[in-house]
Design a protein around this ligand. Structure first.
Ligand SMILES: [Zn+2]
Length: 174
């Protein structure tokens, strides 16, 4: 863009020098030649100015795009911060009699950690994924915690009458 501006200035300066030549020159043929050169220089100047305008338009577009991107990132950061505060007291906890390791809130006075529980694998990557407690199916019997992000994060529960009300019971002394 700087180069385009320099070209435009050079063309205009050149045109001015040629125009000054008109005053001194009396020869008709020479005058016609000068006029042609002058026209060519003016066309060059116009082309350069047009290029400057195009470059400016591209820069404006880029600026608008960056502003939008910046606003989106700020929004995302705010959401991440809010989620972090929501689960600030969550700790790595063994529930379901020690069979499942999840991130859970501090246990209450009875040793019960209330849901939601967070996927420990996801949290290592900075993602907060609330685990879903699901019943077994005919093909895959047994209750389990399923991560919404990946089936590979599924935590299977051993046999037992697990409910969302008793599964959060943490191990007491002994
Ligand atoms: Zn997960």
């Amino acid at each position: 863009m700087l180069n385009e501006i320099q070209l435009a200035i050079a063309s205009i300066t050149g045109a001015k020098t040629i125009a000054e030549g008109f005053v001194a020159e009396r020869d008709t043929l020479k005058l016609a030649e000068l006029a042609t050169t002058l026209n060519a220089r003016l066309i060059e100047a116009q082309a350069s100015a047009l290029n400057v305008q195009r470059a400016q338009a591209l820069l404006n577009e880029e600026l608008a795009r960056l502003k939008k991107e910046n606003a989106e990132l700020a929004d995302r950061l705010k959401r991440v911060e809010r989620t972090g505060q929501e689960y600030a007291d969550y700790k790595l906890t063994a529930i379901a009699r020690g069979h499942c390791v999840v991130y859970a809130a501090r246990p209450d006075e009875t040793g019960m950690c209330k849901p939601p529980y967070l996927c420990a694998t996801c949290l290592q990557e900075g993602k907060h994924s609330a685990l879903n407690f699901e019943d077994g199916t005919l093909n895959i019997p047994g209750k389990r915690f399923v991560c919404p992000v990946s089936a590979a994060h599924t935590l299977k529960l051993p046999r037992g009458g697990w409910t969302l009300q008793n599964v959060g019971q943490t191990l007491k002394d002994g």
